[in-house]
Design a protein around this ligand. Structure first.
Ligand code: AP5
Length: 222
């Protein structure tokens, strides 16, 4: 199964993609996580991406499409869930072309729907593990010990682009450049709108319900 998860910054894409990937044995391919790893490794791509990420703008399409094509290729044939990509209509068109070259296509799109007001609280309270990538929240999803990752005991950090000022810019970028991607997919693929303002467990169950129904109907097709 090949899935795209769309939604505003802080809608819960990363949180839910980890669960979907675990449930269906898919590769979780997060463009943001890959970019942060490139930055941490001091690569040329990481250096080019830095100024865009820190200001809340999008990294240029040509860099992202090449990076994600390599990630998809590396993920193999077991399927994947895309988190944070595609983020422009041009990226979506290029993704379709790339997959068609291998006789593949995106099967379903999940669209996390949430108001901008809720997002600021989620983003400014987010903490993540720099080692394993686990994501927490200081109120909604606390680690067992304050400031420490449950998985590996590493100190949790706050992302530099999670300040209120940059979050506002990221939301503006989302509405202008990424929302049209939802309409692009609605023309050709099953798009499931999910109420992402519910708590983490409820959002997970809404997603798994939709995906379960999708998988059953796909199996019934001749
Ligand atoms: P990226 O890392 O993709 O950031 P984003 O899309 O802005 O999304 P986030 O990771 O901030 O949020 P999320 O939706 O994953 O939410 P999370 O699950 O963490 O991209 C960063 C930057 O990289 C971009 O700004 C851009 O510059 C660049 N970039 C990346 N991809 C690109 C592309 N394709 N093209 C161009 N540039 C690109 O949850 C947030 C918080 O809320 C957490 O603390 C979590 O615990 C909590 N939470 C989650 N769900 C719930 C819930 N249901 N209830 C309560 N709390 C919740």
């Amino acid at each position: 199964m090949r899935i795209v998860l769309l939604g505003a910054p802080g809608a819960g894409k990363g949180t839910q993609c980890k669960r979907i990937a675990g449930r269906y044995g898919l590769a979780h391919l997060s463009s943001g996580d890959i970019l942060r790893a490139e930055r941490a490794a001091g690569s040329e791509l990481g250096g080019k991406a830095r100024q865009f990420m820190d200001s809340g703008a999008l990294v240029p399409d040509e860099l992202i499409v090449e990076m994600m094509a390599a990630a998809i290729n590396k993920a193999g044939r077991n399927g994947f869930v895309l988190d944070g990509f595609p983020r422009t209509v041009n990226q979506a068109v290029e993704l379709d072309k790339y997959m068609a070259g291998d006789g593949l296509k995106i099967d379903a799109v999940l669209n996390l729907v949430i108001d901008d007001e809720m997002i600021a609280a989620r983003m400014t309270g987010r903490r993540s593990c720099p080692k394993c990538g686990a994501v927490y929240h200081i109120e909604n999803l606390k680690p067992k010990v304050d400031g420490i990752c449950d998985n590996d005991g590493t100190g949790l950090i706050q992302r530099p682009d999670d300040t209120l000022e940059v979050v506002k810019k990221r939301l503006e970028t989302y509405h202008r450049q990424t929302e049209p991607v939802v309409d692009y997919y609605r023309k050709s693929i099953a798009v499931y709108d999910i109420n992402a303002s519910e708590d983490v467990e409820k959002v997970s169950s809404l997603i798994l319900e939709k995906l379960g129904a999708f998988v059953s109907s796909a199996k019934r097709e001749p």
